[in-house]
Design a protein around this ligand. Structure first.
Ligand code: SF4
Length: 72
């Protein structure tokens, strides 16, 4: 199983709560938006807990985790 962290580009308003909550997983771009806004992030099992916390912290519901069965 694979998991990807995906940000809805249009919904992300750059609050920064996601990368503040998951500092070891996420960072931000020069405009203060989470950097995965530009490209989905493939997650390994160890990263999933932080990714879930980050997604739950987003007030815009802009961040989600998608699960698939294909190889990363
Ligand atoms: S994904 Fe959500 S919490 Fe993260 S920067 Fe965008 S709007 Fe803010």
């Amino acid at each position: 199983m694979t998991a990807r962290l995906i940000v809805d580009f249009a919904r992300c308003t750059g609050h920064g709560r996601c990368y503040s909550t998951a500092e070891d997983l996420l960072t931000y771009d020069e405009e203060g938006f989470v950097s995965v806004r530009h490209e989905p992030m493939v997650l390994d099992e160890n990263q999933l807990p932080d990714a879930k916390l980050a997604a739950d912290a987003c007030p815009e519901l802009a961040m989600r985790i998608e699960y698939g069965t294909e190889s990363p």
